[in-house]
Design a protein around this ligand. Structure first.
Ligand SMILES: [Zn+2]
Length: 174
């Protein structure tokens, strides 16, 4: 941990205290560029899959024309401390900023680790894209006409029972 890493944790902690005061915003992230600019963001919770704080911070940095992000950290509301990035964020961060470092660990044992260490046997999106041109070369499989496909009966959504879901925020505190 460098002094700048500790400062980044303090920045995310300050945003979490100041801005994470409802169920819509529960995590704050702070990211730093190589030249020392810091960008912050909070998650935008929504049942349709609102973005995590890390992704919002990446967007904020892009909005301000920042270059490569060098280090990032997320801090939970209500004193939950530093939170490791979820799987989706790990993949996004790796694809956007392959050398990025992530601050993880408990508050008394924080450490900055290369993101790649959090994603063993990494899937690198760019490595799996087929080089252009490809549209002409790819054989088009014969597909039966949509009209000919039988339509399956779907039970009405109203009839489906809704399972009780425990409050994940409560569970995270345990
Ligand atoms: Zn995430």
């Amino acid at each position: 941990m460098r002094d700048t890493d500790r400062a980044l944790v303090q920045a995310a902690t300050a945003v979490a205290k100041l801005r994470c005061r409802s169920d819509n915003h529960t995590v704050a992230a702070a990211a730093r560029t190589a030249d020392g600019r810091v960008f912050t963001g909070v998650n935008v919770y929504h049942f349709t899959g609102g973005p995590c704080a890390e992704i919002v911070a990446v967007g904020a940095a892009a909005t301000q024309g920042a270059g490569e992000l060098e280090t990032i950290v997320a801090v939970g509301d209500r004193g939950r401390g530093v939170l490791p990035p979820c799987g989706r964020c790990r993949q996004v961060l790796l694809d956007y900023f392959p050398p990025i470092r992530v601050i993880v660990g408990s508050m008394d044992a924080l450490r900055a680790v290369p993101l790649a260490d959090l994603l063993p046997d990494t899937y690198v999106w760019a490595d799996h894209q087929v080089a252009e041109p490809r549209a002409e070369a790819r054989p088009v499989p014969a597909v039966p006409r949509a009209e000919a496909r039988p339509v399956q009966a779907v039970p009405r959504a109203e009839a489906r029972p809704v399972p009780a879901v425990p409050d994940s925020r409560q569970a995270a505190e345990d």
